[in-house]
Design a protein around this ligand. Structure first.
Ligand code: ARG
Length: 278
């Protein structure tokens, strides 16, 4: 069965404000036609490996294309995001309605907590563990709240580089337990936690150049990895772990600080079974 992925067409996409360093200098500098072409190519590629579902694009919320930030799905439960920036807070009712209408049990976090969904919360594929980023968008305190709400073990990771402001911009757990990540985006304590939990043979460190190309912002489905661009060295490293890389240019979305993974939300996330973790 193909996994289901939620996406939102870039009908109303533009860089209309600045809420991360990638957006600086890019307000009104994008091409909506080029964004549409890039998004359509990404969808066509993804359809080989997944079933793509879409939420209707709404005017006035240009970053709604980044469905990774809609919420965190786990089984039939969806923990809705509560965005840090008022510009993106306007997306919340659209996503809440979609999840409710599509059979999800929508859960809300306490009012005072910021949480930006699957952009900052990624399930490990080997350990029964949810990695959660904090430091830019999601509050550190959201980790305990999510752990309680979903009954999962959460490993918080501190993000220190403003260009890697969501966990999914610098960290991607892969099928089988390998980890694609950009070490310098994390504080020392978090790097030590990653080293303690992920054996060296499973860690694939991404250098500055690949990280700037959003190589960590990858969609992994089975042995296939979809991303904007990766160097030959990184492609070879991933091949050595058994992965095929598919590159599809997403430069228009990088002007807003997002790429392949940010434009998608996996809808079939489930608990890692004990035997997969063994
Ligand atoms: N402009 C958006 C923001 O700053 C980009 C979101 C990218 N999404 C992601 N999951 N990293 O919020």
């Amino acid at each position: 069965m193909k996994p289901r992925i939620l996406m939102c067409a870039p009908r109303h996409f533009e860089v209309a404000y600045v809420i991360n360093p990638w957006m600086e200098g890019n307000v009104a500098h994008g091409s909506n036609a080029a964004a549409s072409r890039q998004w359509n190519a990404l969808v066509a590629l993804l359809r080989r490996f997944a079933t793509v579902e879409t939420i209707a694009a709404a005017p006035g919320v240009p970053d709604m294309v980044f469905t990774a930030n809609a919420g965190l799905v786990f089984g039939r439960t969806c923990v809705l995001s509560r965005f840090l920036h008022p510009e993106r807070r306007l997306e919340e009712p659209h996503f809440e309605r979609w999840f409710a209408e599509h059979g999800f049990d929508v859960r809300l976090l306490p009012q005072d907590l910021r949480f930006e969904g699957a952009g900052d919360a990624l399930f490990d594929r080997r350990l029964p563990l949810l990695w959660m980023g904090h430091g830019h968008r999601t509050d550190a305190a959201a980790a305990a709240a999510i752990a309680r709400l979903l009954d999962v073990e959460v490993e918080p990771l501190g993000l220190v580089n403003p260009r890697f402001y969501h966990l999914d911009t610098c960290f991607c757990p892969l099928d089988g337990g390998a980890l694609l990540y950009h070490p310098s985006a994390f504080d020392a304590i978090s790097r030590a936690r990653i080293d303690a939990l992920v054996p060296p043979a499973l860690r694939i460190a991404v250098d500055h150049e690949d990280a700037q190309d959003f190589a960590c912002n990858a969609i992994n489905i089975g042995r296939d990895i979809i991303l904007n661009r990766a160097s030959d060295t990184l492609i070879a490293a991933l091949a050595a772990h058994g992965f095929r890389v598919h590159q599809t240019p997403l430069g228009e979305f990088m002007k807003a600080g997002g790429s392949a993974k940010c434009l998608s939300l996996k809808l079939d996330e489930a608990r890692v079974s004990a035997c997969a973790a063994a």
